[in-house]
Design a protein around this ligand. Structure first.
Ligand code: THU
Length: 160
């Protein structure tokens, strides 16, 4: 028997410790929560992607009465970025959320499995690490690359 260990690093930053570029991205994700359409969960998520050319794309969760038809903020944002800028890698994705009372969450939210899978594909597609910033009032969690959020993942190489 072999034992394999996965070592994943997360960094927790205070907002003021972030670079001005990262603060701008977090601010954009926070603003995007106000454009969320979440009449069912009342949980408003915003995301902001900074592309390698510095451009920022934002999006939010969009729900639907047919629940599975809705989409998370991360995928809304990444799909828009990739659909409109197919030749430009995403460098950092920031995610912010407000609860049903309209308050920004204390603890940063962890993206769902489907969003992690899409982040991973975006990272591999461009061959560039996709950095992730998870916003929370208690601190901002930084993950260096999408692969760190999805160990033992499935990707195109498994089909070769
Ligand atoms: N949601 C996101 O947009 N991103 C996440 O990382 C977690 C969950 C959305 C989906 C749904 O509209 C609402 O939050 C409640 O799950």
């Amino acid at each position: 028997m072999k034992e394999l260990n996965v070592n994943i690093q997360f960094h927790l930053h205070a907002y003021d410790e972030l670079s001005s570029l990262d603060r701008e991205l977090i601010d954009t994700a926070r603003q995007a929560t106000y454009r969320s359409y979440a009449p069912y969960s009342h949980f408003s998520v915003g995301a902001a992607a900074r592309l390698m050319n510095g451009q920022i794309i934002s999006g939010s969760n969009q729900e639907n009465a047919a629940y599975p038809s809705g989409l998370c903020a991360e995928r809304t944002t990444l799909f828009y970025a990739n659909a409109n800028h197919p030749d430009t890698a995403v460098e950092t994705l920031a995610i912010a959320a407000r609860n049903e009372r309209g308050e920004f969450v204390d603890d940063s939210i962890a993206p769902c499995g489907a969003c992690r899978q899409v982040m991973l594909e975006t990272e591999r597609r461009y061959g560039h690490p996709l950095r992730i910033l998870l916003d929370g009032q208690k601190g901002i969690c930084e993950v260096q690359k999408a692969t760190d959020l999805l160990p033992l993942s499935f990707d195109a190489s498994a089909m070769e």
